[in-house]
Design a protein around this ligand. Sequence first.
Ligand SMILES: [Fe+2]
Length: 197
Amino acid sequence: MPIVRPSKVAHVVYRTRRFDQMVRWYETVFQAQVQYRSPALAFLTFDEEHHRFAFVNMAVFQPNGSEEDRQGAIGVDHLGYSYPTLRDLLENYLEWKAQGIEPYWCIHHGITASLYYADPDGNQMEFQVDCLHSAAEASEFMATMFRLNPLGVEFDPREWLEQLRAGAAEETLLVRTTHEPVSPLRGALQKYLEAPV
Ligand SMILES: [Fe+2]
């Protein structure tokens, strides 16, 4: 029998010692709704799925523990979430910024335009918009252009939003016409990686 592949990615569960802060952050950033909450566990969703996130309050499960943040170089680096349009993502950027939530990396990967954020525990995530019209075009871009620049070119989300609000077409920003300068790697990996990618 062939092995059956999963039909979708369903949810992420985080262990935390900043339980209230984490739930609030996901309510704000994802406009997520709390489906169930006790002192020990919380389940949230941002769409029709019963839960997209759960948080385990380690202060309940392991009251004597002390570590607050993600530690070490091994583990998940980030999760990626797609948004329907660049305008949606950049308008969100302003809303989040008004609440003190700022990206640590704004990068045009060529295949996606992406804003990277970290939650209060330091878990990283990428909020992205696809730049190309199909998965095939994106694969072609990776096969040909990643050699020139595997990371991407940084951009100013505020400047892009102003252009869109002034009537610029998303297409003009999403199609990456310049591949320089290659952005440094930002976020948690930065401290581990000295060599070029
Ligand atoms: Fe990513």
